[in-house]
Design a protein around this ligand. Sequence first.
Ligand code: COA
Length: 151
Amino acid sequence: MKFSIKNIDSLDDDDLTQVKALDQKFFPFPWSHKQWDELNDNDRLFILKDDMDLVGFSLFRVEVDVFHLLKVLIAPELQSKNYAHQLMKDSYYALVKEAGNERNVFLEVQEGNLKAIRFYERIGLEKGERIKNYYSDGSVALRYFGKPKFT
Ligand SMILES: CC(C)(COP(=O)(O)OP(=O)(O)OC[C@H]1O[C@@H](n2cnc3c(N)ncnc32)[C@H](O)[C@@H]1OP(=O)(O)O)[C@@H](O)C(=O)NCCC(=O)NCCS
């Protein structure tokens, strides 16, 4: 499995089409085209490729003090094989290299998304605020925060 790390500026149309398709198919709250179009110079997209097929991605926003994780996704047939851990580790250290320091990761996750919550807790992130009505269906978000620890 090959990890490619790409800034959204350098993504070719085919990569971006595949990222949007994965998001649409498997993300609990997929983004609209408009939301994808609003990505900017502070956003970094990391993709995981199996030969020509895109099978996962992570998307971060580089903010003043933190790396804000906007999305992470692994295709269902490849989940629970540690690829998310690998993708997150490679993404994080690419961000650290660019920023020049190890910033905290910050994210929101749906309270019922137990698989994602387990994943964030396994890499050492800590539960923070509980935000009511965060998602379009009125569901609750939990914030997670901290310096990730990877094996
Ligand atoms: C969140 C998400 C990326 C996590 O992916 P994941 O596949 O669970 O995470 P990992 O690749 O690190 O795999 C972890 C699992 O593999 C197991 N594992 C770890 N190392 C392993 C190894 N070397 N070999 C086999 N299994 C291993 C872990 O025990 C864990 O098992 P569990 O799922 O039963 O707890 C994934 O669930 C996903 O894409 N979800 C849909 C999108 C989403 O909800 N994103 C988050 C929104 S905020």
